[in-house]
Design a protein around this ligand. Sequence first.
Ligand code: C5P
Length: 244
Amino acid sequence: MEKLEKLYEGKAKKLYATNDPDILWVEYMNQATAGNGAKKAQIEGKGELNNHITSVIFDLLKARGVESHFVQRLSDTEQLVRRMNMFPLEIIMRNTAAGSFAQRYGVAEGTELKKPILEFCVKSDELGDPFINDDGIIALGLASEEELATISRQARAVNDALLDIFTKIGVQLVDFKIEEGKTGDGKILLADEITPDTCRLWNKDSKDGKVEHLDKDLFRRDLGDIIPAYEDIYARLTALAKDE
Ligand code: C5P
């Protein structure tokens, strides 16, 4: 496989074309951002860890019947994925109240939810990723009714599989964001990444009963270094993958 021209540079990844029109070459970067890019830092080792973590998670999901765009990891910072036409949506699943949900509804972070919540935001840095409901998505043509039904079903299936994975490694999956796209032949698939940048992961064995963040909230909220936390998540996932 040959790496060709750069197609896109996002906040945490670069995408390149390859000599196969259906395959893209992804490079994970060390940049961390928060608050829609308002806070930025270079964190040595983050790109490598996220490339490894998302690769293991996509494999663990596949073993649970959840397909994704992931093809294979190439190196510490690179992987191959299927080329997708992305839906301009941030697809958020919540199992526990935290972050913007806790703020919006004035509930304490950590409040258990009686059912998982599926939320959508329009992916737009300019607009600050505004919340949108199902009717809004269809009305604006961001996805058709059938596509949205598939996206929603897949998001809930991803949540079920991730809950199984993270419970097995002693981590509470509070919430996460995924993205979905459509392949050239019209198949809707999970895409982008699943990493501690895109999930809230709380250690279940935190010593003093306080929340121990193993995710990007450490960076967003200036709570500490993300690298040891991401290394911890990676080590636990690798141990699970070996066992299975
Ligand atoms: O900030 P909020 O509570 O809405 O985030 C919900 C979940 O989505 C968190 O796990 C967060 O890491 C993730 N997220 C993301 N990218 C965004 C917004 C949220 O990965 N742009």
